[in-house]
Design a protein around this ligand. Structure first.
Ligand code: GLN
Length: 538
Protein backbone atom coordinates (compact mmCIF):
# COMPACT_ATOMS: atom_id res chain seq x y z
CA UNK A 1 0.00 0.00 0.00
CA UNK A 2 1.48 3.37 -0.98
CA UNK A 3 1.57 6.05 1.65
CA UNK A 4 -0.27 9.02 0.15
CA UNK A 5 1.64 11.61 2.15
CA UNK A 6 5.16 10.59 1.24
CA UNK A 7 6.69 11.84 -1.99
CA UNK A 8 9.16 9.63 -3.83
CA UNK A 9 12.14 10.83 -5.83
CA UNK A 10 13.97 8.37 -8.05
CA UNK A 11 17.52 9.07 -9.10
CA UNK A 12 18.71 7.24 -12.20
CA UNK A 13 22.01 7.51 -14.05
CA UNK A 14 22.94 7.52 -17.71
CA UNK A 15 25.92 7.67 -20.09
CA UNK A 16 28.51 6.25 -17.67
CA UNK A 17 28.70 4.84 -14.18
CA UNK A 18 30.44 6.65 -11.30
CA UNK A 19 28.82 10.01 -11.98
CA UNK A 20 27.97 10.42 -8.33
CA UNK A 21 24.26 9.61 -8.01
CA UNK A 22 24.88 8.94 -4.32
CA UNK A 23 26.34 12.39 -3.73
CA UNK A 24 23.60 14.12 -5.73
CA UNK A 25 20.95 12.18 -3.80
CA UNK A 26 22.61 12.99 -0.47
CA UNK A 27 23.01 16.67 -1.43
CA UNK A 28 19.39 17.04 -2.45
CA UNK A 29 18.33 15.26 0.74
CA UNK A 30 20.51 17.62 2.75
CA UNK A 31 18.86 20.69 1.21
CA UNK A 32 15.36 19.32 1.73
CA UNK A 33 16.22 18.42 5.31
CA UNK A 34 17.62 21.93 5.84
CA UNK A 35 14.25 23.30 4.74
CA UNK A 36 12.56 21.33 7.49
CA UNK A 37 11.41 18.26 5.57
CA UNK A 38 12.11 14.81 6.94
CA UNK A 39 13.84 12.78 4.30
CA UNK A 40 15.67 9.50 3.88
CA UNK A 41 17.58 7.91 1.02
CA UNK A 42 17.42 4.37 -0.26
CA UNK A 43 19.72 2.55 -2.66
CA UNK A 44 18.56 -0.20 -5.00
CA UNK A 45 21.49 -2.30 -6.21
CA UNK A 46 20.98 -4.40 -9.33
CA UNK A 47 23.44 -7.21 -8.51
CA UNK A 48 22.47 -10.72 -7.50
CA UNK A 49 24.47 -10.89 -4.28
CA UNK A 50 22.04 -10.67 -1.38
CA UNK A 51 24.23 -7.95 0.12
CA UNK A 52 27.75 -6.62 -0.46
CA UNK A 53 29.02 -8.37 2.68
CA UNK A 54 30.55 -11.21 0.70
CA UNK A 55 32.08 -8.94 -1.94
CA UNK A 56 35.79 -8.25 -2.13
CA UNK A 57 36.38 -4.49 -1.59
CA UNK A 58 38.13 -4.36 -4.97
CA UNK A 59 34.75 -5.21 -6.52
CA UNK A 60 32.58 -2.79 -4.72
CA UNK A 61 34.54 -0.58 -2.34
CA UNK A 62 33.80 -0.54 1.34
CA UNK A 63 30.99 -2.54 2.88
CA UNK A 64 29.09 -0.12 5.11
CA UNK A 65 27.32 -1.42 8.22
CA UNK A 66 24.15 0.10 9.65
CA UNK A 67 23.19 0.14 13.32
CA UNK A 68 20.69 -2.65 12.77
CA UNK A 69 23.49 -4.83 11.41
CA UNK A 70 22.89 -4.66 7.66
CA UNK A 71 25.93 -4.96 5.41
CA UNK A 72 25.26 -2.36 2.75
CA UNK A 73 26.49 -0.28 -0.14
CA UNK A 74 28.99 2.46 0.64
CA UNK A 75 26.54 5.12 -0.55
CA UNK A 76 24.61 4.61 2.68
CA UNK A 77 27.69 5.97 4.41
CA UNK A 78 27.37 9.18 2.38
CA UNK A 79 23.67 9.37 3.24
CA UNK A 80 24.40 9.16 6.96
CA UNK A 81 27.34 11.54 6.80
CA UNK A 82 25.34 14.17 4.91
CA UNK A 83 22.06 13.85 6.79
CA UNK A 84 23.41 13.02 10.23
CA UNK A 85 20.63 10.47 10.57
CA UNK A 86 20.66 6.68 10.66
CA UNK A 87 19.86 4.30 7.84
CA UNK A 88 18.79 0.67 8.18
CA UNK A 89 18.41 -2.57 6.24
CA UNK A 90 15.37 -1.06 4.50
CA UNK A 91 17.61 1.60 2.94
CA UNK A 92 19.52 -0.89 0.79
CA UNK A 93 17.85 -3.45 -1.44
CA UNK A 94 19.58 -5.73 -3.93
CA UNK A 95 18.26 -7.88 -6.75
CA UNK A 96 19.51 -10.88 -4.75
CA UNK A 97 17.34 -9.91 -1.80
CA UNK A 98 14.29 -9.30 -4.02
CA UNK A 99 14.57 -12.67 -5.74
CA UNK A 100 15.36 -14.48 -2.49
CA UNK A 101 12.16 -13.11 -0.98
CA UNK A 102 9.99 -13.93 -4.00
CA UNK A 103 11.45 -17.44 -4.33
CA UNK A 104 10.95 -18.14 -0.63
CA UNK A 105 7.32 -17.08 -0.99
CA UNK A 106 6.95 -19.35 -4.00
CA UNK A 107 8.30 -22.28 -1.93
CA UNK A 108 5.76 -21.49 0.78
CA UNK A 109 3.02 -21.76 -1.84
CA UNK A 110 2.06 -18.10 -1.49
CA UNK A 111 1.40 -17.65 -5.21
CA UNK A 112 -1.41 -20.22 -5.26
CA UNK A 113 -0.35 -22.07 -8.38
CA UNK A 114 0.35 -18.99 -10.48
CA UNK A 115 3.42 -18.66 -12.72
CA UNK A 116 5.90 -16.41 -10.93
CA UNK A 117 7.23 -13.72 -13.29
CA UNK A 118 9.44 -10.64 -13.41
CA UNK A 119 6.31 -8.59 -14.06
CA UNK A 120 4.34 -8.45 -11.80
CA UNK A 121 5.98 -10.47 -9.01
CA UNK A 122 9.53 -9.10 -9.04
CA UNK A 123 8.38 -5.55 -9.80
CA UNK A 124 5.72 -5.80 -7.04
CA UNK A 125 8.40 -6.80 -4.56
CA UNK A 126 10.59 -3.88 -5.71
CA UNK A 127 7.66 -1.51 -5.22
CA UNK A 128 6.91 -2.99 -1.79
CA UNK A 129 10.51 -2.32 -0.73
CA UNK A 130 10.32 1.25 -2.02
CA UNK A 131 7.12 1.86 -0.04
CA UNK A 132 8.45 0.33 3.17
CA UNK A 133 10.27 3.53 4.12
CA UNK A 134 7.28 5.74 3.25
CA UNK A 135 5.00 3.53 5.29
CA UNK A 136 6.97 4.15 8.47
CA UNK A 137 5.19 7.53 8.44
CA UNK A 138 8.48 9.16 9.37
CA UNK A 139 9.35 10.76 6.05
CA UNK A 140 7.92 13.54 3.90
CA UNK A 141 10.21 12.48 1.09
CA UNK A 142 12.03 9.28 0.19
CA UNK A 143 14.85 9.50 -2.34
CA UNK A 144 15.54 6.19 -4.06
CA UNK A 145 18.80 5.88 -5.94
CA UNK A 146 18.81 3.21 -8.61
CA UNK A 147 22.26 1.68 -8.98
CA UNK A 148 23.81 1.03 -12.38
CA UNK A 149 23.25 2.86 -15.64
CA UNK A 150 20.07 3.10 -17.68
CA UNK A 151 20.22 0.49 -20.41
CA UNK A 152 21.86 -2.19 -18.25
CA UNK A 153 19.92 -5.43 -18.47
CA UNK A 154 20.18 -5.76 -14.70
CA UNK A 155 18.40 -2.50 -13.90
CA UNK A 156 15.42 -3.10 -16.19
CA UNK A 157 13.05 -4.44 -13.50
CA UNK A 158 13.81 -1.39 -11.33
CA UNK A 159 13.09 1.03 -14.17
CA UNK A 160 9.90 -0.91 -14.90
CA UNK A 161 8.87 -0.56 -11.24
CA UNK A 162 9.48 3.20 -11.49
CA UNK A 163 7.34 3.30 -14.66
CA UNK A 164 4.49 1.60 -12.84
CA UNK A 165 4.80 3.94 -9.86
CA UNK A 166 4.75 6.98 -12.13
CA UNK A 167 1.44 5.81 -13.56
CA UNK A 168 -0.07 5.04 -10.15
CA UNK A 169 -2.40 7.96 -9.30
CA UNK A 170 -1.90 7.32 -5.58
CA UNK A 171 1.86 7.74 -5.74
CA UNK A 172 3.51 11.16 -5.93
CA UNK A 173 6.89 10.71 -7.51
CA UNK A 174 9.37 12.18 -9.92
CA UNK A 175 12.55 11.09 -11.65
CA UNK A 176 15.90 12.85 -11.61
CA UNK A 177 18.23 11.58 -14.29
CA UNK A 178 21.96 12.19 -13.92
CA UNK A 179 24.10 12.22 -17.05
CA UNK A 180 27.47 13.36 -18.31
CA UNK A 181 28.09 16.22 -20.73
CA UNK A 182 31.58 15.55 -22.07
CA UNK A 183 33.90 18.30 -23.27
CA UNK A 184 35.78 17.73 -26.51
CA UNK A 185 39.05 19.58 -26.17
CA UNK A 186 39.88 19.41 -29.89
CA UNK A 187 36.74 21.27 -30.91
CA UNK A 188 36.32 23.12 -27.61
CA UNK A 189 32.71 21.96 -27.34
CA UNK A 190 30.41 20.49 -24.74
CA UNK A 191 28.51 17.57 -26.22
CA UNK A 192 24.88 16.89 -25.32
CA UNK A 193 24.23 13.92 -27.59
CA UNK A 194 25.03 11.24 -24.97
CA UNK A 195 22.52 12.92 -22.64
CA UNK A 196 19.87 13.03 -25.36
CA UNK A 197 20.39 9.33 -26.07
CA UNK A 198 20.28 8.43 -22.44
CA UNK A 199 17.02 10.30 -21.82
CA UNK A 200 15.61 8.66 -24.94
CA UNK A 201 16.65 5.24 -23.69
CA UNK A 202 14.92 5.92 -20.39
CA UNK A 203 11.76 7.02 -22.18
CA UNK A 204 11.83 3.87 -24.32
CA UNK A 205 11.33 2.04 -21.01
CA UNK A 206 8.30 4.26 -20.43
CA UNK A 207 9.91 6.65 -17.97
CA UNK A 208 10.12 10.36 -18.73
CA UNK A 209 12.75 12.15 -16.63
CA UNK A 210 11.42 15.20 -14.78
CA UNK A 211 14.73 16.75 -13.80
CA UNK A 212 18.12 16.42 -15.50
CA UNK A 213 21.37 16.86 -13.64
CA UNK A 214 24.33 17.27 -15.98
CA UNK A 215 27.78 16.37 -14.72
CA UNK A 216 30.39 18.48 -16.45
CA UNK A 217 33.99 19.58 -16.20
CA UNK A 218 33.20 22.96 -17.78
CA UNK A 219 30.40 25.45 -17.13
CA UNK A 220 27.37 24.75 -19.33
CA UNK A 221 26.12 27.87 -21.17
CA UNK A 222 22.40 28.71 -20.96
CA UNK A 223 21.83 27.95 -24.64
CA UNK A 224 23.21 24.44 -24.19
CA UNK A 225 20.85 23.87 -21.25
CA UNK A 226 17.96 25.12 -23.39
CA UNK A 227 18.92 22.75 -26.16
CA UNK A 228 18.97 19.83 -23.74
CA UNK A 229 15.59 20.87 -22.33
CA UNK A 230 14.10 21.05 -25.82
CA UNK A 231 15.41 17.70 -27.01
CA UNK A 232 14.70 15.86 -23.79
CA UNK A 233 11.15 17.09 -22.98
CA UNK A 234 12.30 18.70 -19.76
CA UNK A 235 11.30 22.13 -18.51
CA UNK A 236 14.15 24.64 -18.81
CA UNK A 237 14.48 25.31 -15.09
CA UNK A 238 14.79 21.57 -14.47
CA UNK A 239 18.09 21.22 -16.33
CA UNK A 240 20.66 21.48 -13.59
CA UNK A 241 24.41 21.81 -13.96
CA UNK A 242 26.67 19.84 -11.66
CA UNK A 243 30.23 20.99 -12.27
CA UNK A 244 33.25 19.35 -10.68
CA UNK A 245 34.07 20.67 -7.23
CA UNK A 246 37.02 20.25 -4.90
CA UNK A 247 35.17 18.29 -2.26
CA UNK A 248 31.94 16.29 -2.21
CA UNK A 249 30.80 18.47 0.70
CA UNK A 250 30.47 21.44 -1.66
CA UNK A 251 27.87 19.69 -3.80
CA UNK A 252 24.87 20.66 -1.61
CA UNK A 253 25.91 24.32 -1.88
CA UNK A 254 26.23 24.03 -5.67
CA UNK A 255 22.87 22.27 -5.91
CA UNK A 256 21.31 25.04 -3.86
CA UNK A 257 22.77 27.64 -6.23
CA UNK A 258 21.30 25.63 -9.10
CA UNK A 259 17.96 25.47 -7.22
CA UNK A 260 17.66 21.69 -7.46
CA UNK A 261 15.71 21.55 -4.19
CA UNK A 262 13.35 24.32 -5.29
CA UNK A 263 12.67 22.67 -8.66
CA UNK A 264 11.83 19.39 -6.92
CA UNK A 265 9.56 21.02 -4.34
CA UNK A 266 7.76 23.02 -7.03
CA UNK A 267 7.08 19.85 -8.98
CA UNK A 268 5.44 18.38 -5.88
CA UNK A 269 3.60 21.63 -5.12
CA UNK A 270 5.35 21.76 -1.76
CA UNK A 271 6.14 25.13 -0.17
CA UNK A 272 9.56 26.61 -0.94
CA UNK A 273 9.40 29.78 1.10
CA UNK A 274 11.81 28.88 3.89
CA UNK A 275 15.38 28.92 2.59
CA UNK A 276 17.50 25.92 3.63
CA UNK A 277 19.29 26.47 6.95
CA UNK A 278 22.79 25.35 6.18
CA UNK A 279 24.93 27.69 8.26
CA UNK A 280 26.62 24.85 10.14
CA UNK A 281 27.36 23.04 6.91
CA UNK A 282 28.90 26.20 5.48
CA UNK A 283 31.08 26.75 8.51
CA UNK A 284 32.28 23.12 8.20
CA UNK A 285 33.22 23.89 4.59
CA UNK A 286 34.99 27.08 5.57
CA UNK A 287 37.11 25.23 8.12
CA UNK A 288 37.77 22.46 5.63
CA UNK A 289 39.04 24.95 3.06
CA UNK A 290 41.05 27.14 5.41
CA UNK A 291 43.11 24.81 7.59
CA UNK A 292 45.66 26.31 9.97
CA UNK A 293 47.75 23.17 10.40
CA UNK A 294 48.74 20.08 8.50
CA UNK A 295 49.11 16.50 9.58
CA UNK A 296 50.43 13.40 7.83
CA UNK A 297 48.44 10.29 8.64
CA UNK A 298 49.54 6.90 7.35
CA UNK A 299 46.64 4.65 6.43
CA UNK A 300 47.99 1.12 6.42
CA UNK A 301 45.77 -1.20 4.45
CA UNK A 302 45.84 -3.83 1.77
CA UNK A 303 43.15 -2.52 -0.59
CA UNK A 304 44.68 0.93 -1.05
CA UNK A 305 44.66 0.72 -4.88
CA UNK A 306 40.92 1.37 -4.55
CA UNK A 307 40.50 4.23 -2.10
CA UNK A 308 36.75 3.55 -1.89
CA UNK A 309 37.64 0.49 0.16
CA UNK A 310 38.34 2.80 3.10
CA UNK A 311 35.93 5.60 2.27
CA UNK A 312 34.38 5.95 5.72
CA UNK A 313 37.83 6.13 7.35
CA UNK A 314 38.91 8.71 4.78
CA UNK A 315 35.83 10.85 5.44
CA UNK A 316 36.09 10.47 9.23
CA UNK A 317 39.67 11.77 9.09
CA UNK A 318 38.49 14.74 7.03
CA UNK A 319 35.66 15.49 9.49
CA UNK A 320 38.05 15.28 12.43
CA UNK A 321 40.54 17.49 10.59
CA UNK A 322 38.01 20.32 10.32
CA UNK A 323 37.35 20.22 14.08
CA UNK A 324 41.09 20.66 14.61
CA UNK A 325 41.40 23.15 11.72
CA UNK A 326 43.92 20.75 10.29
CA UNK A 327 44.43 19.51 6.78
CA UNK A 328 44.73 15.75 6.95
CA UNK A 329 47.13 14.48 4.38
CA UNK A 330 46.50 10.75 4.10
CA UNK A 331 49.46 8.66 2.99
CA UNK A 332 48.09 5.41 1.64
CA UNK A 333 50.61 2.72 2.46
CA UNK A 334 50.30 -0.84 1.27
CA UNK A 335 50.68 -3.21 4.21
CA UNK A 336 52.22 -5.83 1.92
CA UNK A 337 55.10 -3.46 1.20
CA UNK A 338 56.08 -2.95 4.85
CA UNK A 339 58.89 -5.04 6.35
CA UNK A 340 61.06 -4.84 9.46
CA UNK A 341 63.84 -3.46 7.27
CA UNK A 342 61.95 -0.65 5.55
CA UNK A 343 59.37 0.31 8.19
CA UNK A 344 61.33 3.33 9.40
CA UNK A 345 61.82 4.59 5.88
CA UNK A 346 58.12 4.14 5.01
CA UNK A 347 56.53 5.36 8.25
CA UNK A 348 59.25 7.62 9.65
CA UNK A 349 57.69 10.92 8.54
CA UNK A 350 54.17 10.23 9.73
CA UNK A 351 52.47 12.16 12.52
CA UNK A 352 49.95 9.41 13.13
CA UNK A 353 49.43 5.79 12.09
CA UNK A 354 46.07 4.16 11.40
CA UNK A 355 45.96 0.42 10.79
CA UNK A 356 42.85 -0.46 8.82
CA UNK A 357 40.26 -3.25 9.16
CA UNK A 358 40.53 -6.30 6.96
CA UNK A 359 40.29 -10.03 6.51
CA UNK A 360 42.81 -12.75 5.76
CA UNK A 361 46.53 -13.18 5.73
CA UNK A 362 47.71 -10.90 2.93
CA UNK A 363 49.64 -7.93 4.31
CA UNK A 364 49.11 -8.78 7.97
CA UNK A 365 52.80 -8.92 8.92
CA UNK A 366 53.22 -5.40 7.49
CA UNK A 367 50.35 -4.23 9.66
CA UNK A 368 51.94 -5.81 12.73
CA UNK A 369 55.28 -4.14 11.90
CA UNK A 370 53.49 -0.78 11.60
CA UNK A 371 51.95 -1.21 15.05
CA UNK A 372 55.37 -2.00 16.48
CA UNK A 373 56.79 1.13 14.90
CA UNK A 374 53.96 3.27 16.30
CA UNK A 375 54.21 1.75 19.78
CA UNK A 376 57.99 1.89 20.11
CA UNK A 377 58.37 5.34 18.61
CA UNK A 378 55.39 6.78 20.46
CA UNK A 379 53.60 7.78 17.27
CA UNK A 380 49.83 8.29 17.81
CA UNK A 381 48.09 5.08 16.78
CA UNK A 382 44.54 4.10 15.93
CA UNK A 383 43.85 0.45 15.09
CA UNK A 384 40.42 -0.45 13.78
CA UNK A 385 39.04 -3.99 13.98
CA UNK A 386 41.79 -6.10 12.35
CA UNK A 387 44.04 -3.10 13.14
CA UNK A 388 43.25 -3.53 16.84
CA UNK A 389 43.79 -7.28 16.59
CA UNK A 390 47.22 -6.62 15.03
CA UNK A 391 48.06 -4.36 17.98
CA UNK A 392 47.24 -7.22 20.34
CA UNK A 393 49.34 -9.70 18.36
CA UNK A 394 52.28 -7.28 18.18
CA UNK A 395 52.18 -6.67 21.94
CA UNK A 396 52.00 -10.39 22.66
CA UNK A 397 54.95 -11.15 20.41
CA UNK A 398 57.26 -8.27 21.27
CA UNK A 399 56.37 -7.34 24.85
CA UNK A 400 55.04 -10.58 26.31
CA UNK A 401 57.59 -12.59 24.26
CA UNK A 402 54.92 -14.97 22.97
CA UNK A 403 56.69 -15.50 19.67
CA UNK A 404 53.95 -17.62 18.12
CA UNK A 405 51.11 -15.31 19.11
CA UNK A 406 48.62 -14.87 16.32
CA UNK A 407 44.97 -14.64 15.42
CA UNK A 408 43.20 -17.94 14.87
CA UNK A 409 41.85 -16.44 11.65
CA UNK A 410 45.28 -16.81 10.10
CA UNK A 411 47.00 -19.44 12.21
CA UNK A 412 44.38 -21.75 13.71
CA UNK A 413 47.17 -23.91 15.19
CA UNK A 414 48.94 -21.04 17.02
CA UNK A 415 49.98 -22.03 20.53
CA UNK A 416 49.10 -18.50 21.65
CA UNK A 417 45.85 -17.53 19.95
CA UNK A 418 45.59 -14.07 21.52
CA UNK A 419 42.78 -13.36 19.05
CA UNK A 420 40.36 -16.22 18.61
CA UNK A 421 36.99 -17.08 17.14
CA UNK A 422 33.97 -15.83 19.08
CA UNK A 423 32.05 -18.63 20.78
CA UNK A 424 28.82 -18.08 18.85
CA UNK A 425 30.70 -18.10 15.54
CA UNK A 426 31.94 -21.66 16.00
CA UNK A 427 28.95 -23.44 14.51
CA UNK A 428 28.52 -21.02 11.61
CA UNK A 429 29.38 -22.23 8.11
CA UNK A 430 27.56 -19.75 5.86
CA UNK A 431 29.59 -16.67 4.99
CA UNK A 432 26.84 -14.14 4.20
CA UNK A 433 25.47 -11.95 7.00
CA UNK A 434 26.81 -14.17 9.78
CA UNK A 435 29.45 -12.00 11.44
CA UNK A 436 28.84 -10.07 14.65
CA UNK A 437 27.16 -7.14 12.94
CA UNK A 438 25.71 -3.80 13.96
CA UNK A 439 25.55 -1.79 17.17
CA UNK A 440 26.60 -3.27 20.51
CA UNK A 441 27.16 -1.64 23.86
CA UNK A 442 30.56 -0.92 25.37
CA UNK A 443 31.47 0.25 28.88
CA UNK A 444 34.51 2.50 29.10
CA UNK A 445 37.01 2.52 31.98
CA UNK A 446 37.57 5.62 34.02
CA UNK A 447 40.68 7.60 33.26
CA UNK A 448 41.20 6.03 29.83
CA UNK A 449 41.92 7.84 26.57
CA UNK A 450 38.59 6.53 25.32
CA UNK A 451 36.80 8.17 28.23
CA UNK A 452 38.62 11.42 27.52
CA UNK A 453 37.37 11.26 23.93
CA UNK A 454 33.80 10.12 24.40
CA UNK A 455 33.31 12.01 27.67
CA UNK A 456 30.98 9.27 28.86
CA UNK A 457 31.22 5.74 30.10
CA UNK A 458 28.50 3.93 28.10
CA UNK A 459 28.59 3.94 24.34
CA UNK A 460 27.36 1.84 21.43
CA UNK A 461 29.37 1.27 18.28
CA UNK A 462 28.95 -0.77 15.11
CA UNK A 463 30.75 -4.04 14.51
CA UNK A 464 31.70 -6.41 11.73
CA UNK A 465 33.92 -9.27 12.88
CA UNK A 466 34.17 -12.94 13.80
CA UNK A 467 37.26 -12.91 16.01
CA UNK A 468 37.90 -11.28 19.37
CA UNK A 469 40.52 -10.72 22.07
CA UNK A 470 41.17 -13.92 24.02
CA UNK A 471 40.42 -12.97 27.63
CA UNK A 472 42.61 -15.81 28.98
CA UNK A 473 45.54 -13.49 28.22
CA UNK A 474 44.08 -10.27 29.61
CA UNK A 475 45.86 -10.32 32.98
CA UNK A 476 49.25 -10.76 31.34
CA UNK A 477 48.56 -7.94 28.91
CA UNK A 478 47.40 -5.60 31.64
CA UNK A 479 50.41 -6.38 33.85
CA UNK A 480 52.68 -5.44 30.93
CA UNK A 481 50.95 -2.15 30.04
CA UNK A 482 48.26 -2.92 27.46
CA UNK A 483 44.84 -2.78 29.04
CA UNK A 484 41.20 -3.17 28.06
CA UNK A 485 39.62 0.26 28.37
CA UNK A 486 36.32 -0.74 26.81
CA UNK A 487 34.35 -3.96 27.29
CA UNK A 488 31.01 -5.30 26.28
CA UNK A 489 28.80 -5.25 29.38
CA UNK A 490 27.23 -8.65 28.64
CA UNK A 491 30.02 -11.04 27.76
CA UNK A 492 33.04 -8.99 28.84
CA UNK A 493 34.40 -8.98 25.30
CA UNK A 494 37.30 -6.56 24.88
CA UNK A 495 36.16 -3.67 22.71
CA UNK A 496 38.99 -1.15 23.24
CA UNK A 497 42.65 -1.62 24.09
CA UNK A 498 45.11 1.09 25.09
CA UNK A 499 48.81 1.20 25.88
CA UNK A 500 50.11 2.92 28.95
CA UNK A 501 53.33 4.83 28.55
CA UNK A 502 52.37 6.11 25.12
CA UNK A 503 50.88 9.49 24.15
CA UNK A 504 47.90 8.00 22.29
CA UNK A 505 47.61 4.33 21.42
CA UNK A 506 44.04 3.08 20.92
CA UNK A 507 42.74 -0.06 19.23
CA UNK A 508 39.02 -0.63 18.74
CA UNK A 509 37.26 -3.87 17.85
CA UNK A 510 34.37 -1.83 16.44
CA UNK A 511 34.19 0.60 13.52
CA UNK A 512 34.01 4.23 14.65
CA UNK A 513 34.29 5.33 11.02
CA UNK A 514 30.70 4.25 10.30
CA UNK A 515 29.26 6.85 12.64
CA UNK A 516 31.28 9.98 11.93
CA UNK A 517 29.19 12.65 10.20
CA UNK A 518 29.86 16.16 8.90
CA UNK A 519 27.99 17.76 11.79
CA UNK A 520 29.07 15.17 14.36
CA UNK A 521 32.64 14.06 13.72
CA UNK A 522 33.67 11.02 15.73
CA UNK A 523 35.40 11.77 19.07
CA UNK A 524 38.11 9.11 18.61
CA UNK A 525 39.09 10.48 15.21
CA UNK A 526 39.01 14.04 16.60
CA UNK A 527 41.47 13.13 19.36
CA UNK A 528 43.63 11.01 17.09
CA UNK A 529 44.07 13.99 14.76
CA UNK A 530 44.49 16.45 17.64
CA UNK A 531 47.30 14.41 19.20
CA UNK A 532 48.92 13.66 15.83
CA UNK A 533 48.89 17.35 14.92
CA UNK A 534 50.16 18.51 18.30
CA UNK A 535 53.75 19.08 17.27
CA UNK A 536 52.57 20.88 14.14
CA UNK A 537 50.66 23.56 16.04
CA UNK A 538 52.26 26.98 15.95
N1 GLN B 1 39.02 -10.37 10.20
C1 GLN B 1 38.78 -9.88 11.51
C2 GLN B 1 37.59 -10.56 12.17
O1 GLN B 1 36.77 -11.13 11.51
C3 GLN B 1 38.60 -8.38 11.51
C4 GLN B 1 37.41 -7.89 10.75
C5 GLN B 1 37.47 -6.44 10.39
O2 GLN B 1 38.55 -5.83 10.39
N2 GLN B 1 36.33 -5.87 10.03
O3 GLN B 1 37.46 -10.53 13.37
Amino acid sequence: MPDSKTKYIFVTGGVTSSLGKGIISASLAKLLQARGYSVTIQKLDPYINVDPGTLNPYEHGECYVTEDGAETDLDLGHYERFLDSKTSQANNVTTGRIYQHVINKEREGAFLGKTVQVIPHITDEIKRRIHLLGQTGKYDLVITEIGGTVGDIESLPYIEAVRQLKWDPEVHCLVIHLTLVPYLATSGELKTKPTQHSVKQLSESGVQADVLVLRTEHPIPEEVKHKVALFCNISKDAVIESANVETIYEVPIKMQEERLDEVVLNKFDLPTKAEPKITEWKSFLKRLKNPKHKVNIGLIGKYIELKDSYISINESLIHAGTVNETEVNIQWIHSESITKENVKELLGDLDGILVAPGFGERGIEGKIESVRFARENKVPFLGICLGMQCAVIEFARNVLSLENAHTAEIDPTSTDPVIYLMEDQKEITNKGGTMRLGAYACEISEGSLAEQSYKKSSITERHRHRFEFNNDYLKRFEAAGMYASGRNPEGGMVEIIECKDHPWFVGVQFHPEYSSTVLNPHPLFIDFIAVSAKDNLQ
